[in-house]
Write a protein that binds this ligand. Structure first.
Ligand code: TLP
Length: 346
């Protein structure tokens, strides 16, 4: 990349190996289940997460929406974190298109919801209330700063869901970052979940596409939801070919992104005028100290104009800047970033 783009891991480009595999991909019409590359990707993804079946979807947003539409009826309610991506950044698709009501709970600093809050959020069998159908977790938790959610906590929520006849869905857009952070088999992080969405783009570098996994019957219903959302692709093998490399190769290098995020955080924290806020997995957040002498927008503008470095002012009033490391951010890029920030703030 000619520039250093830290705004998100969604900005990562496909690797050369992916582009070559895409050019060579065997394809067919996936609506007829005829695309061998998509079929391979779905089978491998289901096996890797320990579920019966999988469906390739266009995006994380579509995967989450297909899951909710397949699990819930109109007028039903789901329990979900108030800072979850599904609630905050997916345009309320569940309500717009599925008539599903979100019952939000506060997300704690570690990305979890308290079990007592979960218990209290289930509606009684009362004709005044929507039926509570599902609980959703997010791993890693984006707005909590990329914090990974442990297998132990997920198992507790899965147990809570089972006891109360609820479905557990995980928005695991970055579930492989969580697996890398804990150095565990990803199966352990999703063992009790009925469905999981994860992204092949973002840190895994595929140009597009996500996967939704679950039981065979659930995936059959999710495919129907994908169709009505216009997400059923034809010769999608060209994308799935990159997805296979994401799944089998790129997930093994995510710990390197986490180490780079740590180096970036350390480097930034030594610069006068920078107040480091947090670092988890591949996420780094910082603010400018009051005496830094540079308003946030001007700082971000100068980095882009003078150094080709892209950063994202995050969350408006929070006054923070969010950085994400990914495949295209190496150690040399991190050195360039810390030098540029020092120069601007000096
Ligand atoms: N998140 C994007 C933006 O939409 C905020 C980002 O830059 O982080 N779940 C989680 C936890 C996500 O972070 C995202 C993307 C999604 C779902 C949606 O994935 P896409 O963009 O593929 O629809």
């Amino acid at each position: 990349m000619k520039y250093i783009d830290l705004r998100s891991d969604t900005v990562s480009h496909p690797t050369d190996e992916m582009r070559e595999a895409m050019a060579r991909a065997e394809v067919g019409d996936d609506v007829y289940h005829d695309d061998p590359t998509v079929n391979q990707l779905e089978a491998d993804a289901a096996a890797l997460l320990g579920k019966e079946a999988a469906v390739f979807v266009t995006s994380g947003t579509q995967g989450n929406l297909c899951a909710l539409l397949a699990h819930c009826q109109r007028g039903e309610s789901i329990i979900i974190g108030d800072t979850s991506h599904i609630f905050r950044y997916e345009q309320g698709g569940m309500a717009q298109l599925g008539g599903i009501l979100p019952h939000t709970l506060p997300v704690q600093a570690d990305g979890t919801m308290r079990l007592c809050d979960l218990e209290n959020a289930i509606n009684p069998d009362d004709e005044h209330k929507p039926v509570t159908r599902l609980v959703a977790l997010e791993n890693t938790h984006n707005m909590a700063g990329g914090v990974p959610i442990s297998a132990a906590y997920t198992a507790e929520v899965a147990d809570f869901a089972r006891r109360n006849n609820l479905i557990l869905h995980i928005d695991g857009a970055r579930i492989f970052n969580a697996a890398a952070a804990f150095d565990v088999d990803v199966k352990s992080l999703v063992a009790g979940a009925d469905s999981v969405t994860f992204c092949l783009s973002k840190g895994l570098c595929a140009p597009a596409g996500s996967i939704l996994v679950g039981s065979k019957d659930f995936i059959r219903r999710a495919r129907r939801a994908r169709k009505v959302l216009g997400g059923s692709l034809r010769q999608a093998g060209v994308l799935a070919a990159a997805g296979l490399i994401a799944l089998h190769k790129m997930r093994h290098r995510l710990a390197e992104d986490h180490r780079n995020a740590q180096l970036l955080a350390e480097g930034m924290s030594e610069i006068p005028g920078v107040a480091l806020k947090s670092q988890n997995t591949n996420f780094v957040f910082f603010a400018l100290a009051d005496d830094a002498g540079a308003p946030l927008d001007e700082f971000v503008h100068k980095l882009r104009r003078d150094y080709n470095i892209f950063m994202s002012p995050y969350g408006g009033e929070s006054g923070q800047i969010r950085l994400r490391t990914h495949f295209w951010i190496d150690r040399a890029a991190i050195d360039k970033v810390t030098s540029a920030v020092s120069a601007i703030l000096s």
